[in-house]
Ligand binder design. Structure first.
Ligand code: DCP
Ligand code: MG
Ligand code: MN
Length: 345
């Protein structure tokens, strides 16, 4: 999940401000005083907003934001980048710009991106001649799709498609939308669906999802590509999940979205919800807090006496304290409850 540009630190316009500041720094460097000042005033104005500004129309109502800056604000919100800035940086340092561009391809990490730059690749279209894994190929073909933000209402529509199919297969199965959506974000980088069950365990969920749900949703054209799948179940490993792409039926715009299906047995739903709700910084801090109290928290549960088995034998997992209830995990850790909206660090 190596998304760039986390949308929200605590300011709802943090990502927009971050990109505008880069554009402003570029104008400053090129001694474009007029634009530098205009951007500074516009950024200051945006920084004071307590809600997310997502349209040019709303942006233009702010002090010091003219039509052109307003259009750029809308572009950043919906594409997560600014083409004017990309072009400016590419002119200044083509290799550095290429690296940044390649890093935004789904499934491409730093090592792969630098290798392509070293081999002389500079543009996305040139990568057609490079060696790509099947999921990198999908990532490249749907570069703009996967880098675009997903409006909250569309996340709900994708969840509804999965929920409806699942309801027909097994009425006791359940879909909970996790990730940034559960934290209340106005838009998300991907769609995180936690799939659980009223009573049955993981084996049932795996059969249901991998053998029936995914093939059916693929056949009906909703699921477009599988990017990674994992049945692994040991230790802190990924657990059972299916990562891929989905697209709403026409006449909706045919934009492919990144979708994660995360299979969670009911006995572990509390711990899994904490993990898949995040954000990642919150997860790191709550895990650290657990370890300071001699416990261990992962996506499967909260454990005590970790690594302190009888006769100095290391028990990998320790004794289970709680896994089923989010609230009871907070209680066992001795921290006040925080609603998903408050789990932003
Ligand atoms: N997660 C984590 N550490 C990671 C990756 C993920 O703890 N390195 C957890 C916290 C995330 C959740 O999984 O909130 C979902 O991961 P996403 O990458 O989908 O991140 P978000 O849903 O939080 O944000 P976005 O809107 O970018 O998808
Ligand atoms: Mg997400
Ligand atoms: Mn995700």
């Amino acid at each position: 999940h190596e998304h760039t540009g986390k949308a929200s630190i605590d300011n709802p316009n943090a990502r927009t401000i971050e990109v505008l500041e880069q554009m402003c720094a570029y104008y400053d460097q090129t001694h474009d005083h007029w634009r530098t000042i205009a951007y500074r005033k516009g950024i200051a104005s945006l920084r004071e907003q307590t809600s997310k500004i997502s349209t040019a129309e709303a942006a233009q109502r702010l002090p010091f934001v003219g039509a052109r800056l307003a259009a750029k604000i809308e572009e950043i919100v919906w594409t997560n980048r600014l083409s004017r800035l990309d072009n400016a940086l590419a002119d200044q340092d083509p290799a550095a710009a290429a690296l940044q561009t390649f890093l935004r391809i789904y499934g491409v990490g730093f090592a792969q991106a630098s290798r392509w730059v070293a081999q002389g690749f500079r543009t996305l279209s040139s990568l057609a001649g490079a060696k790509l894994s099947p999921s990198q190929k999908v990532g490249l073909e749907h570069y703009d799709d996967f880098n675009a933000r997903i409006p909250r209402a569309e996340v709900e529509q994708h969840a509804a498609v999965v929920r409806e199919c699942l309801r027909r297969l097994d009425p006791a199965a359940e879909v909970i939308v996790g990730g940034s959506y559960r934290r209340g974000a106005a838009d998300s980088g991907d769609i995180d669906l936690v799939i659980t069950h009223g009573s049955a365990g993981l084996a049932h969920l795996q059969r249901l999802v991998f053998e029936t749900l995914v093939p059916q949703l693929t056949a009906q054209g909703f699921l477009k590509a599988a990017l990674a799948t994992s049945h692994k179940r040991d230790g802190d490993a990924a657990g059972a999940k299916w990562l891929g792409a989905s697209c709403l039926p026409a006449p909706n715009p045919q934009v492919w979205r990144r979708i994660d299906l995360l299979l969670v047995p009911p006995a572990e739903i509390g711990a899994a919800l904490i993990y898949f709700t995040g954000n990642d910084v919150f997860n790191r801090s709550i895990r650290l807090l657990a370890s300071r109290k001699g416990m261990r928290l992962n996506q499967r549960g909260l454990y005590r006496d970790v690594g302190r088995g009888p006769g100095r034998t290391r028990t990998a997992r320790g004794t289970l304290v709680e896994a089923r209830s989010e609230r009871r995990i907070f209680e066992a850790l001795g921290v006040p409850w925080r609603s998903p909206e408050q789990r932003i660090c």
